[in-house]
Design a protein around this ligand. Structure first.
Ligand SMILES: N[C@@H](CCC(=O)N[C@@H](CS)C(=O)NCC(=O)O)C(=O)O
Length: 212
């Protein structure tokens, strides 16, 4: 299996996470941000992640990829799901994106390895977000906005080993988002969130991204 991905992409991390939990090899290919040709060549449009299965057929939806990989060999996502976790994940992105988006270009990530790729990202995000320096100048207020969501999650986490006590799709929803917000230097994770983040990242064998 081959995953076309961006290092900063939380949807990509869902797929990397399930492959790691299942101890299945995933060939990771980082695409340059301006390399639309690779994506269009594979699936006819610009989208990431793309999972190329061993039979050569591509998949386009990250949760379908997770279910597909989960279906290979013995299951690991055997725990219950809670609707409030999915709701939390849906709602946190509006608060986290203004913090994370303008930081990714500062992290030396492989999808921004050329000046053209970096500028391509900055230009396409400008269509939705303000100037990145302007956004980063509001870090304090943005952290104040995000903290209640992290406190909410803190109250929902049942164990450092799994958000609902046993691994489930809800962990696939939550951990990639925490990995994203952990790029914000000085953002304090509440205690249970921090323990969960650290133990899960250790379990899947990934270092957090740098924080700036
Ligand atoms: N529903 C898809 C959404 C995929 C998606 O929105 N990917 C984003 C990147 S995270 C994308 O391709 N954006 C267009 C771009 O990078 O130009 C999934 O879960 O895999």
């Amino acid at each position: 299996m081959k995953l076309y991905m961006f290092e900063h992409c939380s949807l990509c991390f869902r797929v990397r996470m399930i492959a790691a939990l299942k101890r299945l090899h995933l060939q990771e290919t980082v695409v340059l941000d301006d390399d639309s040709d690779t994506m269009v060549g594979l699936v006819g449009k610009r989208v990431i992640p793309i999972l190329l299965k061993d039979d050569g057929r591509p998949m386009l939806e990250s949760m379908d990829m997770v279910r597909y990989i989960e279906g290979l060999g013995p299951p690991v996502l055997v725990g219950p799901e809670r609707p409030e976790i999915a709701q939390w994940a849906d709602r946190v992105v509006a608060k986290s994106a203004p913090l994370t988006m303008p930081r990714y270009p500062l992290l030396g990530l492989p999808e921004f390895a050329t000046a053209a790729a970096l500028d391509h990202y900055i230009m396409r995000k400008r269509k939705t977000y303000d100037d990145f320096a302007e956004l980063r100048s509001h870090t304090r207020e943005q952290i104040d906005e995000l903290m209640p969501k992290l406190e909410e999650l803190d109250a929902l986490i049942e164990s450092p080993q799994a958000v609902n006590g046993a691994l489930s799709m809800d962990d696939i929803r939550v951990l990639p988002l925490l990995r994203s917000v952990a790029v914000v230097k000085g953002l304090p994770f509440p205690r249970r969130v921090r323990n969960y983040f650290e133990s899960m990242m250790y379990r899947i064998g990934f270092q957090p991204l740098p924080a700036v």
